[in-house]
Ligand binder design. Structure first.
Ligand SMILES: NC(=O)c1ccc[n+]([C@@H]2O[C@H](COP(=O)([O-])OP(=O)(O)OC[C@H]3O[C@@H](n4cnc5c(N)ncnc54)[C@H](O)[C@@H]3O)[C@@H](O)[C@H]2O)c1
Length: 316
């Protein structure tokens, strides 16, 4: 069987990383094209791998008959147009998180995939593929009913352009998905509290943040997100059940960033996506997961703006 011909849209930090795994590690896929408004960056990434061409624009890459499937790693504000284009050509698409930046936009994608009539979209919630998280998830049945999740999500430092709202939409969104996945439940309300800010955070950025999700079934997930922790990339999770608890611990020494910590999760995610496209059965986190996460992030941003009051997540 011939390889799935994949194009990557947006080859910044994440897209270049995905391009390398598609070209070098994923079985059953061939990286055939990349596109980025920064043509120099696209050319540099393409030149790293034999036979990869640079498409003049993301939409031309998506339309290209020689591209079977598209991995979108452009900034969140570009996702809607690019995902819609993939769906209109009936192409499989793995879209990096966040699916989109607003509930109304995500809702249009839910409707568009429904109109196609079959699953074409997977959202890049790679924690669901990380071996330590999948071990925790498969152990949940051994600790009785899941009651509480405690999450920690820290980065060494972030650019000054990374504002408080982005901490919610771009960082906390991973724990949004983790909570929905581990509880197998929707988030009912989100509160985002602002502790004393670190004096090492850029002016005006509320860092760290502490988020509280109340799940529809009554469970609670807490998350500390601290993007200028000065220490390293530290992601931890404890699931507390009626008869015990399970941990995802951070490796020591702490990795410098997410690419090192989640390298195997990204590999497993992209491999699973490619294999499912080849089989014609996309099975990973889908458009509803992307929509629900965007709705929870939107509630989180509103809570951040109104002093931490719980805000209902609107998914109806
Ligand atoms: N799953 C994860 O753990 C994870 C980690 C980091 C980033 N991400 C996501 O990946 C995406 C990219 O993030 P990044 O960190 O690589 O950002 P980045 O800024 O490093 O790269 C973005 C790239 O997209 C290009 N670009 C800008 N507008 C574009 C458009 N309209 N079409 C195509 N390309 C465009 C930019 O020139 C740049 O090269 C975001 O959605 C981000 O949230 C996911």
């Amino acid at each position: 069987m011939s390889d799935l011909r994949v194009g990557v849209v947006g080859v910044g930090v994440m897209g270049a990383d995905h391009a390398a795994r598609l070209a070098q590690r994923v079985v059953g896929a061939a990286l055939v094209a990349v596109s980025d408004p920064d043509l120099a960056r696209a050319s540099a990434v393409a030149a790293t791998f034999p036979g990869v061409r640079v498409s003049p624009s993301p939409l031309e890459l998506i339309a290209d008959d020689d591209v079977d499937a598209v991995l979108i790693a452009s900034p969140g504000e570009a996702h809607e147009e690019q995902v819609l284009a993939c769906l209109s050509y009936g192409k499989y698409v793995l879209c990096e998180k966040p699916l989109t930046l607003s509930t109304s936009s995500a809702r249009r994608l839910v409707a568009a995939e429904r109109a196609v009539g079959r699953r074409l979209l997977q959202v890049g919630f790679m924690r669901r593929y990380d071996p330590s998280y999948t071990r925790l998830q498969s152990g949940l049945s051994s600790i009785g009913r899941l009651l509480v999740l405690h999450n920690v999500h820290r980065n060494m430092s972030a650019p000054a352009s990374f504002r408080s709202e982005m901490i919610v939409r771009d960082s906390l969104v991973h724990e949004v998905d983790v909570a929905r996945w581990l509880f197998a439940d929707e988030i009912a309300t989100v509160s985002v509290l602002t502790p004393l800010p670190s004096r090492l955070a850029p002016a005006g950025v509320s860092d760290p943040l502490v988020a509280v999700f109340r799940m529809a079934g009554g469970g609670i997930a807490t998350t500390e997100v601290f993007i200028n922790s000065q220490v390293g990339y530290e992601v931890r999770c404890e699931a507390v059940g009626e008869t015990g608890s399970l941990f995802v611990d951070a490796p020591r020494p702490l990795p410098a960033d997410f690419r090192a910590r989640f390298a195997s999760a990204y590999d497993l995610e992209v491999q699973a996506w490619v294999s499912s496209c080849v089989d014609g059965r996309v099975a990973g986190p889908g458009v509803w997961d992307g929509f629900a996460a965007t709705a929870a992030s939107e509630a989180g941003v509103r809570s951040l703006q109104n002093g931490g009051e719980p805000v209902a997540v609107v998914t109806s």
